[in-house]
Design a protein around this ligand. Structure first.
Ligand code: CA
Length: 185
């Protein structure tokens, strides 16, 4: 009786060893098809205009409108920089959902408020179109309609006695999508 039990056990151990050594490989390929970027940065109405004495609102657009760099003056008090930049939807058929993520928040001393406004409907900046440049979260702005252009506004509050504070720098990313599903960041 004890002899049979030993014989049955042996094939079972062999089967387990065989499964552990099996590897199956499936494959996939991918192809990215280029299309022109439909939503892009373009120069605003005050691009390259004199902001305050000594400082021009300097705007550089690169990578077919996918990237922009803006320099501008700020000073003591409350400062608006009006449309250095626009965001244009060159797609005449589709609306796009717009988010802004502040990648590099403003941290300069003396700056208590720093906002970007995306005027989606041409009636000027409103609180619902505001993006906090002092917070690094992804912020939904709204829908940019087919063929429309949104004006970008910057707003700062500087309360600082004595000499001017250091330069205020920030970095943002513009997210756009045909669907309202919040994008990964
Ligand atoms: Ca507006």
């Amino acid at each position: 009786m004890r002899k049979y039990a030993a014989l049955l056990l042996l094939p079972l151990l062999t089967a387990i060893a065989a499964y552990a050594g099996v590897v199956v490989i499936n494959t996939a390929t991918g192809t990215g098809t280029y299309v022109a970027n439909p939503v892009k940065f373009v120069e605003g109405s005050n691009a390259n205009a004199l902001g305050l004495p000594g400082v021009t609102i300097d705007v550089t657009i690169t990578n077919n409108g996918a990237e922009a760099d803006v320099t501008f003056p700020i000073t003591h008090g409350k400062v608006w920089i009006i449309q250095p930049l626009n965001i244009t939807n060159t797609d005449n058929t589709n609306d796009y959902y717009i988010w802004i993520k502040t990648d590099t928040p403003v941290t300069a001393p003396g700056i208590s408020v720093a906002r970007m406004y995306i005027d989606l409907n041409g009636d000027g900046p409103s609180p619902t179109e505001a993006v906090d440049l002092m917070s690094s979260s992804l912020q939904y702005v709204g829908l940019l309609s087919a063929g429309e252009t949104a004006g970008v506004y910057l707003y700062f509050e500087v309360d600082y006695s004595g000499a001017l504070p250091q330069d205020a720098t920030f970095g943002i990313s513009l997210y756009y999508s045909l669907t309202s599903e919040e994008p990964p960041t």
